[in-house]
Design a protein around this ligand. Structure first.
Ligand SMILES: Cc1ncc(COP(=O)(O)O)c(C=O)c1O
Length: 369
């Protein structure tokens, strides 16, 4: 099974609805207006970077975001805010999710005194379901996989006149996912007083874990829009058994991946990539790589048990995947061409995001202990 792809992106942004919405972004002002907003912390792990023999390693820790243990509320809250400006009479928001996005929709709907109906696929664990229901949502588990659950949520929303708030786009459904992607821009803007400085970034490579690819695409869009050809190199990381983006890159078109979808990285366990996300990814990502669950575990443990005075970070299975990709590239000799392609060497300054905390406490504890 091929586990990586080296891309030669044209690094151009296309004029389309998603681009227009992203250009009009005002998410940071909106998020600042919410009670409990605080920028999340960017840690510099000096001892881990020395061990990995790279110059610098930064980790943006999203576990404290709005007290929700993941970054996803940045997107859902902003998209709901924009939808309610267009139509304040919306009574119910609906989505399909493997956990974090559903919790974010439930939290945001509840804050606006709206109902939420959240569909989850068969593999979603009870911890994750409870976390979503805790925000007043009706959570319905289906005996379907993630992609089928998305189709079901679409059908039910059309039938029941609910507003579908999906974090992936397809033909004819692009506006709401674009607002979600625009909401994600907040955490890249939060770093403008540190590593995302004015003319050139103070980092060389970014590792991004991907599910449907919306979040990774918003990051690529941000760096392309801000720095053009000076953008850092961007590597996407997916679970080896659920790799819609890698397989789409290998096929040169957006496809539903083959594989058994057996992974602990629940947030990344998706199907076909988002349409608008894919369009940005293929033109802007530099490489894609898949990792085994073992690398995700290793990365979780290395953040939980820091070296000397490095900061301890609680990072969940999907949250730690980007760093897992960096580990794999550094540890395995055979990726020499890959390392050269992205310029990964002892001078590299690398950014990863811990996109979730211990969102499934039982699993987290069994991996850490
Ligand atoms: C913790 C975490 N990280 C990363 C992602 C990837 O986001 P996307 O599905 O937009 O690729 C998700 C998606 O749910 C997630 O839950």
């Amino acid at each position: 099974m091929i586990d990586f792809y080296l891309n030669n992106p044209d690094n151009k942004l296309r004029n389309n609805l998603t681009n227009t919405i992203l250009l009009k972004n005002d998410s940071l002002d909106y998020h600042k207006s919410l009670e409990g907003y605080l920028p999340t912390t960017l840690y510099k792990l000096n001892n881990l970077s020395s061990r990995l023999n790279i110059e610098e390693l930064y980790v943006k820790d999203e576990s404290k975001r709005f007290g929700l243990n993941a970054f996803k509320a940045l997107g859902a809250s902003y998209a709901i805010y924009k939808q309610l400006i267009i139509d304040p009479s919306i009574s119910t928001f609906c989505t399909a999710t493997d956990g974090n996005h559903g919790r974010a929709v439930a939290w945001s709907a509840n804050r606006n005194n709206k109902k939420s109906i959240i569909y989850v696929p068969k593999q979603t664990t009870s911890d994750r379901i409870k976390a979503i229901a805790g925000h007043g949502a009706e959570v319905i588990q289906l005996d379907l996989d993630y992609e089928e659950t998305c189709k079901y949520a679409l059908e039910m929303s059309n039938k029941m006149n609910w507003k579908l708030l999906q974090d992936a786009s397809w033909d004819g459904y692009e506006e709401i996912p674009a607002y979600i992607m625009s909401g994600y821009l907040t955490h890249f803007i939060e770093m403008e007083d540190s590593i995302n400085s004015i003319n050139t970034p103070n980092i060389d490579i970014v590792f991004l874990q991907a599910g449907v690819g919306s979040w990774a695409a918003s990051c690529i869009w941000y760096y392309l829009n801000r720095y053009k050809l000076n953008k850092p190199k961007i590597v996407l990381v997916e679970p080896e058994n659920s790799s819609g983006i890698l397989q789409s890159l290998l096929s040169n078109k957006r496809i539903t991946p083959t594989g058994n979808f057996d992974t602990i990285m629940a947030g990344l366990n998706c199907g076909i990539p988002s349409k608008s996300g894919w369009n940005i990814i293929k033109n802007g990502c530099d490489a894609a790589l898949t990792i085994s669950d073992e690398y995700a575990k290793k990365s979780m443990r290395s953040l939980f048990y820091p070296i000397n005075d490095d900061k301890k970070i609680i990072s969940g299975e999907s949250g730690a995947a980007g760093l897992g990709g960096l580990f794999k590239l550094i540890e395995e000799e055979k990726y020499e061409q890959f390392r050269e392609h992205i310029g990964l060497n002892s001078n590299s300054r690398v950014l990863v995001f811990s996109t979730e905390g211990d969102t499934d406490k039982k699993n987290f504890n069994s991996i850490i202990n």
